[in-house]
Design a protein around this ligand. Structure first.
Ligand code: GDP
Ligand code: MN
Length: 336
């Protein structure tokens, strides 16, 4: 099964990387943290764990992004918690705020309806800005221009296990574009027209889809309907160059013109997942089964040998992988 393939590949790469660490081979990669100044405490908590579990040994830089200037306190404390370099970027105004092309009256009505329907973040404009930014802009930030891969880190997440190999090199050496730990279903209320818009785009650009894409992760009927499966984007180890490539950039532009980031509440998770699943081949995804990770309210806890190998401290019986709401089985089915 795919499960064992992934496992043995990871182990093979791990042992080769022990040699690599003596030659100090590194990827062009960084941690990327989008955060507000008010997120400081949660950011420090996530960073400290990442440093202790992994980065003390591997020394990858941290890049922080914000639509407002970071405070001196934010910069001081996040710099103190790592030996690696830290940099702080301001997001260009037009990459963050709602574009003028959006009909504000229509957007206001849509938000009010979502509040009524109790959709999570349904009334929030800033959340929509964030989702649009993560979908289409962060990878163009000047501070990221020399990097090829990133690991997205959010405030208040947990990393449960020691990682003694370099996941960026796993991505690079195996030509991967997207690495994940948790996948699940999206709320249908947030994306009423995302799939129809996507289908129109595919019709206009069939040449962007490789024959061995991962459509099977997104749809049980060959692309007619979206099953709402997506990778949980609060954890991503992925390729910046992939998001910068023509198919994804054009796809984002198409979605942005349709206005669904504001008229609905399209999340960066389904947008990334759909874009990657359609425009990359299925072998370019990597399930980081050995990385123990929690973002409320779900966690992936490595099982069996992986749990002991990583000296993980999560309870192995608390594991989202095969809960009914998980899409891991849809991912594995791609390889059966
Ligand atoms: P959730 O995980 O979907 O509940 O959303 P979060 O509140 O965790 O936001 C996702 C990411 O975007 C986190 O890294 C937040 O720190 C960041 N974020 C959310 N809203 C804003 C915002 O208005 N400004 C900035 N700079 N970052 C934000
Ligand atoms: Mn979050």
């Amino acid at each position: 099964s795919r499960f064992k393939d992934t496992l043995s590949k990871t182990q093979a790469t791990t042992s080769s990387q022990h040699q690599n660490s003596t030659t100090n081979r590194k990827a062009k990669a960084a941690f990327v943290v989008l955060a507000r100044n008010g997120d400081l405490e949660g950011v420090l908590s996530s960073m400290k764990q990442m440093e202790d579990r992994f980065n003390k040994k591997f020394d990858y830089p941290w890049v922080f992004l914000n639509e407002e200037p970071f405070t001196d306190e934010f910069k001081k404390l996040t710099t103190e918690v790592t030996q690696s370099s830290t940099s702080y970027g301001l997001i260009p105004h037009d990459h963050w705020y709602q574009p003028d092309s959006i009909d504000e009256e229509r957007a206001t009505k849509a938000r009010a309806k979502m509040v009524e329907d109790r959709v999570i973040y349904g009334g929030s404009v800033s959340y929509r800005n964030m989702c649009r930014y993560n979908s289409g802009f962060f990878y163009r930030h000047e501070l990221l221009k020399d990097y090829e891969f990133y690991w997205r880190v959010e405030p208040n997440v947990r990393f449960f296990c020691d990682l003694d190999y370099d996941p960026f090199l796993v991505m690079q050496d195996n030509n991967k574009v997207y690495g994940f730990t948790v996948s699940l279903f999206e709320y249908k209320e947030t994306i009423p027209t995302l799939w129809d818009t996507t289908k129109q785009f595919i019709k206009e650009h069939p040449e962007y889809l490789p024959a061995d894409n991962a459509m099977g992760f997104l749809s049980e009927d060959g692309g007619e309907t979206y099953n709402r499966c997506h990778f949980w984007s609060n954890f991503e180890i992925a390729s910046l160059n992939f998001w910068r490539s023509e198919p994804y950039m054009k796809y984002f532009e198409y979605l942005d013109n349709a206005g669904g980031f504001y008229y609905e509440r399209w999340g960066d998770a389904p947008v990334h997942s759909i874009g990657a699943a359609l425009f990359a081949s299925k072998d370019q995804f990597h399930y980081f089964e050995d990385i123990g990770y929690r973002h409320e309210p779900f966690q992936h806890c490595p099982q069996g040998e992986l749990h002991s190998k990583g000296k993980c401290w999560c309870n192995p019986s608390e594991n989202f992988d095969y809960e009914w709401y998980s899409c891991l089985k849809q991912f594995e089915a791609l390889f059966k």
